[in-house]
Design a binder for this molecule. Structure first.
Ligand code: SAM
Length: 235
């Protein structure tokens, strides 16, 4: 249950130093001129900008890490063992690829409860919901990670212009996610021609473990990509 993992009480309490030690060196690592051993950025200068919600084994994050080497990103995963696996995977990659993968981390949490504990208003540029659990039964729809109510929270944490990426191989869930997004006043569909040139879109299937499984089995996927718009843009 939730009591087994610590939850930050506010975004300012997220332990950046443990997630991104290269960006947030420990105290004592910096001299009086502000030069910090092992750090590549001024301490406290960067915030997490991408969140992979229900990241599973972390394939997407690993690909994004090198595609956006200056962006801090985090995976949120509720399963303890899976989170530990992703942690180890990132540490091993940092070890074998000096200077790389310092911008990526993972946290064990229940994203449906604690997103506002991790991110401030307008902090995120991208949120990913890739192959989420379908919760087929009607009485379990409230457990779906995309819902009108949760979209209010995601809209709050996303910058205007920020993007939500969703993909699934379950047609009914694809329709549901698209429908929730389309009906929400603070989101609008990203046009097809922008999706065609967005390098991230190709990764949604190819880089995720779930997407690879679907591709191996020749399954279809359903994509919904929406942009956070300003209240003044609401028509
Ligand atoms: N996104 C990954 C991929 O595409 O390979 C994993 C997809 S997997 C089917 C869904 C993941 O979401 C699982 O790893 C599950 O543990 C996680 N999950 C489900 N509910 C969650 C919640 N409330 N908070 C965080 N993670 C959750």
């Amino acid at each position: 249950s939730d009591s087994h993992f610590p939850v930050p009480t506010a975004p300012s309490e997220v332990d950046y130093a443990s997630h991104y030690p290269h960006y947030y060196p420990s105290e004592g690592a910096c001299d009086e001129n502000g030069e910090c051993k092992g750090a590549i950025y001024k301490p406290q200068s960067k915030k997490i900008q991408f969140a992979d919600v229900g990241c599973g084994f972390g394939g997407l994050l690993i690909s994004l890490s090198t595609l956006f080497p200056d962006t801090l990103m985090i995976g949120m995963e509720i399963r303890d063992k899976v989170t530990e696996y992703v942690k180890e995977r990132i540490l091993a990659l940092r070890e074998t690829n000096p200077g790389q993968y310092h911008n990526v981390s993972v946290v064990r949490t229940n994203s449906m409860k604690y997103i506002p504990n991790f991110f401030e208003k307008g902090q995120l540029l991208k949120m990913f919901f890739l192959f989420p659990d379908p919760h087929f039964k009607e009485k379990n729809h409230r457990r779906r990670v995309i819902s009108t109510h949760l979209l209010d929270e995601y809209a709050y944490t996303l910058q205007v212009g920020g993007i939500i990426y969703t993909i699934t191989d379950v047609e009914e869930l694809g329709e549901w996610m698209k429908d929730c997004l389309a009906r929400h006043p603070l989101f609008e569909a990203v046009p097809e021609k922008e999706l065609d040139v967005d390098p991230v879109v190709k990764l949604l299937s190819s880089a995720t473990e779930e997407g690879q499984k679907v591709a191996r089995n020749g399954g279809q996927t359903f994509l919904a990509v929406y942009r956070r718009i300003a209240l003044s843009e609401v028509g």
